[in-house]
Ligand binder design. Structure first.
Ligand code: ADP
Ligand code: 5GP
Length: 214
């Protein structure tokens, strides 16, 4: 049996606040963290690869996965369907591997209400200002102006769910946010229920007390 069950690390934010950037940095820091590759009906952006950023699928394929019970959660975001395939997540966490999700508040809520709720660590990223959020969406240069405006309009809806998350970080300075994120993950891994090996350590300490008759 694994030392501990893996964590489901959920990162949410309005689009453009920095989820993918920070997800990348977290995985560079600890390559054992597995990224949950979502399925989506949206078109790939330049540079995106099927199976790496997303599994790109059509609506029929997506709906089949949902009706077959293959999605841990799913949602309709910005006119497209997005969902997290269940199997890779379940096998990772039973083998003690942490899984990172870049998903919206609806997905986070569904996972928090699922049987996996005890393993959830949810983190929300806020932009330092709305002007900066707009600047980041434009500077990413991957969406046309209409898409950027649609994402800006949706950003308040996403932000309004900030208080359902375990942690909230204002992603102003990127290096600082990265450090805070790593601190959170390090501490959460050390929570008592997440260290099943502790019982054996304490039993051994107890035996040592008895043997030395202190
Ligand atoms: P999301 O995944 O939340 O949509 P991204 O990670 O794609 O957002 O970030 C959007 C843009 O903002 C990218 O160009 C990224 O390099 C930039 N960015 C992310 N975090 C910061 C930060 N703290 N300061 C400045 N730019 C940032
Ligand atoms: P994007 O199109 O910018 O990659 O993602 C748009 C939004 O969909 C982001 O807020 C992202 O977090 C969210 N998203 C991506 N994958 C999933 C998923 O599997 N489930 C849910 N609920 N949201 C997702």
């Amino acid at each position: 049996m694994a030392e501990r069950r893996g964590l489901l690390i959920i990162l949410s934010s309005p689009s453009g606040a920095g989820k993918s950037t920070l997800a990348g940095r977290l995985r560079a820091w600890d390559p054992s963290i597995r990224f949950s590759v979502s399925a989506t009906t949206r078109e790939p952006r330049p540079g995106e690869q099927d199976g790496r950023e997303y599994y790109f699928t059509d609506e029929t394929g997506f709906k089949r996965m949902v009706s077959d019970g293959d999605m841990l959660e799913h949602a309709h975001v910005f006119g497209n369907f997005y969902g997290s395939p269940r199997k890779p997540v379940e096998s990772a966490i039973t083998s003690g591997t942490d899984v990172l999700f870049d998903i919206d508040w609806q997905g986070a809520q569904q996972i928090r209400n699922s049987a996996l709720q005890d393993s959830v660590l949810s983190i929300f990223l806020l932009p330092p200002s709305i002007a900066e959020l707009h600047r980041r969406l434009i500077s990413r240069a991957q969406d046309d102006p209409d898409t950027v405006e649609r994402r800006m309009k949706r950003s308040w809806d996403e932000i309004s769910h900030w208080d359902s998350y375990d942690y909230v970080l204002v992603n102003d300075d990127l290096d600082e946010t990265e450090e805070r994120l790593k601190t959170i993950v390090t501490a959460e891994r050390l929570r008592r229920p997440r260290q099943p090996g502790l019982t054996d350590v304490v039993r051994r300490l107890q035996r040592e007390y008895e043997e030395t008759a202190l």
